[in-house]
Design a protein around this ligand. Sequence first.
Ligand SMILES: Cc1ncc(COP(=O)(O)O)c(C=O)c1O
Length: 443
Amino acid sequence: MALPLPHLLWGNADCVELARTFGTPLYVMDESMIRARCAEVRSAFLEKWPATTACYASKAFLTKTMARMVCQEGLGLDVVSGGELHTALAADFPPSRIELHGNAKSERELRAALSAGVGRVIVDGVMELELLAALAAETGRKADILIRVAPGVNPHTHAHIVTGHTGSKFGLPIEGELLESAVKFALASPGLALKGFHFHIGSQIFENSSHVEAVGRIAALAARLKTRLGFEAEELNLGGGFGVGKLPDFSHSPHSPDKNVPSESHVPLHLFTDAMMEALTRECRARGLARPAVAIEPGRWIVAEAGITLYAVETIKRLPGVTYVGVDGGMPDNPRPSLYQAAYEGVVANKISAPAAEKATIAGKCCETGDILVESIALPPVERGDIVAIFNTGAYNFSMASNYNRLPRPAVVLVKDGRADVVVARQTHDDLLRGDAIPDRMR
Ligand SMILES: Cc1ncc(COP(=O)(O)O)c(C=O)c1O
């Protein structure tokens, strides 16, 4: 009698059991991996360099449980909308450790931030600066702010996730009058306390040279403003963008999954932070500036590898030159391949020790030719009902999900030591109809 094939374990939980219990598609997040990343932020950055803080960029993945974990791990939280702020506050996240971002913040969002007493508002432009100053005056509150700058660097990553180039929709150009007049305006506004500047140059960056270049430019800006306006920045926020490959590094998980699953070494945070901090220290010394306090905002780097998505195989189509494995999810739960050709790796969770038999393309179920989750990966013989696990889906998957083709959003399960807790319930078809109304005149 053939022995049953070993199953993929995630957070020591059997993925096939998870799929059976909670259904598919299913987002599965390994709590230990998330906490290990937060611990690395502390040891490699916060404890190594004085006067530093780190905010988790919650756009990567946010639920109330995630906010609770980030709080317990001692990090701050970067939110970018009223909805993210509401989620953080609903999880009792301390407002003083929250920073509000956004290139098109609404008055309502700014009011909510002021009334919650968030730690920082990262102001993106002149109109927002004027509005925030007026709201602070009206409400009698004071806002601690940073001004976001576009440092004019072009990191090597997909064009859709570059953010700090000249002409970006984010921030104010680091050179020129606009920024200087914004600084003057902030300094003259009694309701605003300008603490310094922020940049975020883009996402999925694997080498530190662009971050270092941006640090040089922001140090030059600080020196220029000190000379011209007598303003000394107390704080610089150097953003996130630290890249993550296609496969998790299981050596960082205290609960390593099955050894048959390939592993990729993870990019250590210090590759970026040491280079930036050394450059900043050097630049400040050379320019006669005191080194400002420094914040970073990693998003993907903290959660991407902790997450996998489980899908059931619905259909297999062998055509000349290509085999499609059609699964029960796709671009609604992971829009990144179709948005910017993000590449993923996967395995068949119920056949992880079976040798690869053919190359196949994992296709989503949506009515879009571009709804392809993974192009051409080696898989064992695949059958209908198999469970496919796609790795490194912890960032920008759940948070970017949609209901395209009226597909309900998958549940999110948090796993630890073999235990699984649903932290976001699966949407039902009735959930899709919530708020959907036929006008009376059509009754
Ligand atoms: C202002 C800001 N900070 C941090 C991040 C996090 O980026 P990543 O997830 O690549 O670390 C983003 C992502 O868009 C961002 O816009």
